[in-house]
Write a protein that binds this ligand. Sequence first.
Ligand SMILES: N[C@@H](CCC(=O)N[C@@H](CS)C(=O)NCC(=O)O)C(=O)O
Length: 235
Amino acid sequence: MSIELWYWPQIPGRGEFVRLFCEAFEIDYTDMAREQNADALVEHMHAMEGIRPFAPPYIVDDEVVIGQTALILQYLSDKEGHGSGEMELDLQLLQLQIDIADFVEEVHSVHHPIASGLYYADQMEAAFDKAQHFRADRIPKYLIHFDNAIAARGGPFVLGQQPTHVDTSLFQVMEGLDYAFPNYMKQMQGSWPHLEGLQGAVPEIEPLADYLASENRMEFNEDGIFRHYEELDEQ
Ligand SMILES: N[C@@H](CCC(=O)N[C@@H](CS)C(=O)NCC(=O)O)C(=O)O
């Protein structure tokens, strides 16, 4: 049965982390709000009873409803048999996926440092200051952390030769940073060689290559999480 993915239809956002995993591992899913619209997503969220996800993305798998990107990926990976087969290692993969979620939140807070309910134009000054710290401290701290995780087993993926949900997510992180901070990422090229290796290896996972070349693959844009504003990428 097809899994329902519910996510905002206009942006790649956090939904893309779920899509990439499903596409790479050929998990059948229906992108509900892209087939319908954003109103359908809002209606669906409000109609749910019991313990509900706080925000999209979430999935519906028959009776099971799960929110939080990291948890969705862990659930699907476990269910479809794409984990390591060892509980401790699977938990470490989840740990990395939660690190990625933390980083994604920080990426968003660069262009929305004061409030996510305000427009970027209303918080540009704070965003400019925040971006300088983000580029100088936070990007290298996180990327070196992820690079070390890949290096532990020699790459190209975190588990070595076997790709997992962490690899498809790290790929999206690197693509997003290249889009949002092209000057910075160019200047820092070679600083995280294992991550760069992973970024080259993930698109070679065959079903994913087809998806990435298709029109279903959504471009980054200035309504999403990874946004390109020249002033935030000034060197
Ligand atoms: N920690 C959650 C964050 C979910 C989240 O912030 N979703 C955004 C879209 S990417 C949203 O719609 N947020 C609504 C809100 O925070 O009010 C995850 O990783 O899935």
